[in-house]
Design a protein around this ligand. Structure first.
Ligand code: ADP
Ligand code: MG
Length: 693
């Protein structure tokens, strides 16, 4: 019974702690703190360092200093209107300093003449003298050397949190579980969880802070890596559809490749080989196909799906938008023309009767390749024999979604999973985001591609930009104009798609066909617009970022981005990927009147580089460690201590430790290592849970 109590204390609501009412608990929730454990993982932002008092004579002007001193004068309290202040002179063996406190009248009763306190505050110049401004005061006996400062929310003070944390740490029921095996701690020179969680809040030295921080950051990284690794290991025990590409199948593949309107790049060949190798293994593949925009990922997926079909299996290809799904359907259709492979498109807009028919066909095995939005996941779509699941532009889906995909219930095997992404991810990050995936990186681009010449332009350059549009359209090319918002609103001065469309179609280019595309159009309307555009019936397409992902239109040679400052670097790179898809010279104009140096630098980075990896690195640098690359968007938890940018070296260490642990104990079945699985589950729960871990 008592054991139950001890182990559960950490999982109790914070209201169990003194000083935490339900009101305060609600405030704490804003900081993601609900349980005692969450509170202990509320990591101090910084510390007020009281550890090293200096003699008064050594206080530095303009800096924060700590002294051990006593008032030599009776503090005098003055008031004027609402303002009050107290003056006193503090002294130690080395000298004296004039000190002033504003609006803390009660101090006059505490500051007894001759009694020694610790003071901590900023020293300012006051004429020829120095003055101590509003210093904090602590009793001299038994001070806390480093006082934790927590992230706050309105209504909560540091001292409330500090007291609650101290109470939790002092509670005899508290048991801090160890989440790292002793072997991992030893080889990484890491402290225990107990030490780290206590000292991160109440360190006794600067060194303590470093040790604690390193241990906690390592733990976060290690647990995610190990969790993903365990997923991978778990997968190795699941049966997969065996698909072998030899004999007849291989012949057909060769024929299909020869019939393509282009020669595959060696990256495409390598990636295809990786995938076909996966198919011959006994467990389901989970592969990330990473290639910059325009590198030609689709055809690789299409060939893989064809091989699945020739082995008697169905495939599904999922796209993040219905426009893209439609386009994929067209691409697959044209690439596999004459192959006899049956293809169907299923999006949210397919009418019920047709959908029912589709579903029946699918369940009966009459459809080989199903293409759709991720809505296909939520439909009652049942495959007869699903062998391969392809997700396009995966950065739009989270990890959890990725995992759900493979969870086709009731089947004897799980399909192979292929994820295509154009998000160039720096190596260190790929490790953690895709730790459970095998990776094929497509480095080279199809031949004949030209760099997209990229320029910035300001409002005053608009006439020139419009001349450029005219030139391209007159050469029978097409133009994209991307706007940050759909319609005009009074409070933002942004170019909206509606307004730009009106202006271009009525005033500027009445002689051209101008089209409008945005997410609020009905899907039949979107389809019609895209069709007209791909048939060349629209010269200039004004659009929101719905075109960001994957639209492939080789005759588009000019992209104009309005209010380019509103877009992130990687997003702009994605957008730019919509042009330069043929051997025609193409251009991208980034319109912005912003003078923000960060914006200018971002835009310049884009003008300078075409390389998605380079741009991603720059993006990291510019965004800084705080807002790192939309980690959340990848479906991974936000780390509380670890910072993927600054802790790259630690991440590598954690990854190495993880490899070692798994090579000794591939399923973490030894009791010494059970703590990893337990902690991972506790931390991430069902979010990443799969059979096998
Ligand atoms: P992404 O990797 O961005 O998804 P796509 O698969 O949409 O790229 O391919 C971009 C364009 O390049 C398409 O028009 C496609 O037909 C073409 N393409 C693909 N592979 C090659 C190749 N090896 N040579 C020439 N063009 C290619
Ligand atoms: Mg694509």
């Amino acid at each position: 019974m008592s054991e139950f109590k001890t182990s559960s204390f950490i999982n109790e609501s914070v209201t169990i702690l003194p000083g935490i009412s339900t009101t305060r608990a609600r405030l704490l929730k804003k900081l993601d703190v609900e349980t005692v454990r969450d509170l202990l993982w509320l990591i101090p932002r910084t510390y007020a360092d009281w550890s090293t008092p200096v003699p008064i004579s050594r206080l530095q002007e303009g800096e924060i200093g700590v002294i051990r001193a006593a008032p030599t004068t009776v503090p005098s309290l003055r008031r004027r209107g609402k303002l009050s202040w107290i003056r006193s002179r503090l002294a130690d063996h080395s000298g004296t300093i004039n000190t002033i406190w504003f609006n803390q009248p009660w101090l006059s009763e505490i500051l007894l003449r001759g009694k020694t306190f610790l003071f901590r505050g900023k020293v300012e110049a006051k004429g020829t003298h120095r003055q101590f401004m509003n210093p904090d005061i602590r009793d001299d006996d038994n001070p806390i050397p480093f006082e934790p400062i927590y992230p706050l929310t309105e209504g909560l003070t540091v001292s409330v949190i500090r007291k609650a944390v101290a109470a939790a740490l002092e509670d005899p029921c508290l048991q801090i579980e160890e989440s790292l095996p002793a072997s991992v701690r030893a080889s990484g020179c890491l402290s225990t969880a107990e030490f780290a969680l206590r000292r991160i809040h109440f360190p006794e030295s600067q060194k303590d802070i470093e040790i604690a921080r390193r241990r906690l950051a390592f733990e976060e990284l290690f647990l995610v890596l190990a969790g993903l690794r365990a997923l991978k290991a778990g997968r190795a025990r699941v049966k997969s559809p065996l698909m072998i590409c030899d004999g007849k199948c291989n012949e057909r593949l060769k024929e299909t490749i020869e019939a393509l309107p282009f020669v595959l790049t060696s990256s495409q060949k390598d990636a295809l080989r990786d995938i076909l190798n996966d198919f011959e293994r006994k467990f389901p593949a989970n592969r990330l196909l990473e290639g910059d925009v325009g590198s030609g990922k689709t055809v690789v997926a299409v060939l893989a799906m064809a091989v699945a079909c020739w082995n008697g299996y169905q495939s599904v290809l999922m796209a993040p938008t219905s426009i893209l799904a439609q386009q994929h359907a067209d691409t697959v259709d044209s690439l596999l023309k004459g192959s006899g492979i049956k293809i169907a498109l299923l999006t949210g807009s397919v009418p019920p009767a047709k959908r029912r028919h589709l579903q029946e066909e699918l369940a009966g095995g009459g459809i080989d390749i199903l293409i759709g939005t991720h809505a296909v996941l939520n439909e009652n779509v049942v495959f007869k024999r699903l062998g391969l699941c392809v997700t396009d532009e995966q950065h739009r889906f989270g990890v959890s979604q990725r995992l759900r995909l493979t969870d086709t219930e009731s089947s004897l095997f799980e399909p192979h999973v292929l994820v295509m992404s154009a998000t160039p991810i720096p190596r260190t990050l790929a490790l953690i985001l895709y730790g459970d995936l095998d990776l094929s990186v497509m480095k080279d681009m199809p031949k004949g591609r030209q760099a997209v010449k990229t320029y910035t332009a300001r409002e005053k350059d608009r006439p020139r930009v419009e001349r450029l549009i005219r030139r391209e359209v007159d050469a029978t090319h097409q133009v994209f104009v991307v706007c940050p918002s759909i319609d005009v609103s009074d409070d933002t001065p942004l170019r909206s798609a509606e307004e730009t469309y009106q202006r271009l179609s009525r005033d500027v280019f009445p002689d051209y066909a101008v089209g409008l595309m945005h997410g609020r159009l009905k899907s039949s309307e979107k389809k019609a617009v895209m069709k007209a555009f791909s048939e060349g019936k629209i010269d200039i397409l004004v659009s929101t970022t719905v075109i960001e992902v994957g639209i492939d239109q080789p005759r588009v040679t000019l992209l104009i981005v309005e209010n380019a400052e509103r877009f992130g670097l990687s997003q702009l790179h994605q957008l730019r990927g919509r042009v330069g898809r043929s051997s025609l010279p193409s251009f991208c104009i980034l319109m912005s009147d912003s003078d923000d140096p960060l914006v200018r630098r971002r835009l310049r980075a884009l003008c300078k580089s075409q390389d998605g990896f380079e741009i991603a690195e720059e993006d990291l640098l510019l965004r800084g460690p705080g807002d790192f690359f939309g980690v959340e968007q990848h479906g991974l938890p936000n780390f509380k201590v670890a910072n993927l940018y600054e802790d790259a070296a630690l991440l590598r260490e954690a990854s190495k430790a993880c490899e070692e642990l798994f090579s000794e104990d591939p399923l973490l079945s030894s009791s010494k290592n059970a703590c990893v699985i337990r902690s991972f589950r506790e931390r991430y729960g069902e979010r990443l849970a799969r059979p096998g871990i």
